[in-house]
Design a binder for this molecule. Structure first.
Ligand code: FES
Ligand SMILES: [Fe+2]
Length: 357
């Protein structure tokens, strides 16, 4: 259970017209992040890396999910699996970085594991009692790919990534966006001096666009901008004036998917500590884009850079003030901040209960 002094009951879930924002201490207290890791980041689907690193049998990719060390592996049977990257001997790693191998071999004392996680060989271990090599396995983790992304979920009771995506799968397929064919073209990382939830709150509303993003405001049709909330994700309807079709999603808790006919931008929002956040922006595009379309993607990267600078500024302003004795909670625009409210309800739901049950 979360420590009692977090007072999770300070947030009362209610309908949007009566709702308050999350209590400011949820954005400030160092005790909240370990609880969020336990109840949210280690229970939901988390970005691990690129699916392109995991295509051939033997491909492996080791990465960190909020402090837990994880490795994903494409087996000899072409199945994608993932494990805690923790050797059962004395907790060495079974893989470092990424590459291709026929076994996972711990670089400490050399125990080797098959790509399905079973221990194959432990050197010089004869005579050890109450221990059988054949019953030693790496602890499994759920793994999935979606388009160019590889994801894992540390909670064996969690639904599949497709279930969490819900309507997104059919909408992307219906739009005909070929996400499976897209390849990585660009990455930008930004460290933001705010709690990760300040950044997500900001992403989930268009209310600030006319004031904080003058250039974006000119480019979109603000009057028809709206957020549609679903069970574990929300969709933003944000049409660019006279422009092509696009789909914008946020998937609880920290993944954003921005889809266009020939490219995809993903944002992954990772807490570093309770007041610092790493935002990772990746762009993927069809490999055979014309020079003109490729220039269009480059322009989108630069436009996003400008918007991100403006968002970082407002998020840092907010973080500097959330601790003020003059503030605890605020109210939400019914017309424009329903996406923020939906996020807060999910936060409360995951922190206080078991939404997968
Ligand atoms: S810790 Fe892995 S072989 Fe010893
Ligand atoms: Fe913004």
């Amino acid at each position: 259970m979360p420590p009692a002094d977090l007072r999770l009951s300070d947030y009362r879930p209610t309908d949007l017209s009566h709702a308050k924002t999350l209590p400011s201490r949820w954005y400030l207290d160092a005790a909240i992040l370990p609880v969020e890791r336990e109840r949210i980041f280690w229970r939901t689907w988390q970005w691990l890396g690129q699916a392109a690193s995991l295509t051939a049998p033997g491909d492996y990719l080791a990465h960190d999910v909020q402090g837990e060390k994880i490795v994903a592996v494409r087996g000899g049977d072409s199945e994608l699996r993932a494990f805690f990257n923790v050797c059962k001997h004395r907790a060495g790693p079974v893989a470092v970085g990424c590459g291709n191998a026929q076994t996972l071999r711990c670089p400490y004392h050399g125990w080797t594991y098959d790509l399905d996680g079973a221990l194959r060989r432990a050197r010089e271990f004869e005579g050890v009692e109450d221990w059988q090599a054949s019953s030693v396995r790496l602890d499994p983790v759920s793994a999935a790919t979606w388009g160019p992304l590889a994801l894992v979920n540390l909670d064996a009771t969690a639904p599949s990534f497709d279930v969490v995506l819900g309507e997104i799968g059919a909408e992307v397929a219906g739009a005909g966006f070929p996400v499976e064919e897209m390849v990585h073209v660009e990455r930008r990382e930004y460290e933001v001096r705010c709690n990760w939830k300040v950044y997500v709150d900001n992403y989930l509303e268009g209310y600030h666009i006319p004031v904080a993003h003058p250039a974006l405001y000119k480019a979109i049709d603000y009057d028809v901008y709206r957020v549609e909330t679903r069970r574990f994700h929300s969709r933003q309807h944000a049409p660019f004036r006279g422009n092509e079709q696009a789909l914008y999603y946020w998937v609880f808790p920290n993944l954003m998917l921005n889809l266009y006919p020939d490219n995809l931008q993903t944002n992954v929002i990772q807490p570093i500590d309770q007041e610092r956040t790493l935002t990772i922006f990746d762009w993927f595009a069809l490999p055979d884009l014309s020079a003109e379309r490729r220039r269009g993607v480059d322009e989108a990267v630069e436009f996003s850079e400008q918007i991100q600078r403006e968002d970082i500024r407002v998020c840092e302003w907010v973080q500097e003030r959330l601790g003020s004795r003059a503030y605890d909670t605020g109210r939400l625009s019914v017309k424009r901040e329903n996406g923020v409210h939906h996020f807060h309800l999910l936060m409360h739901e995951f922190l206080t209960g078991d939404p997968w049950a």
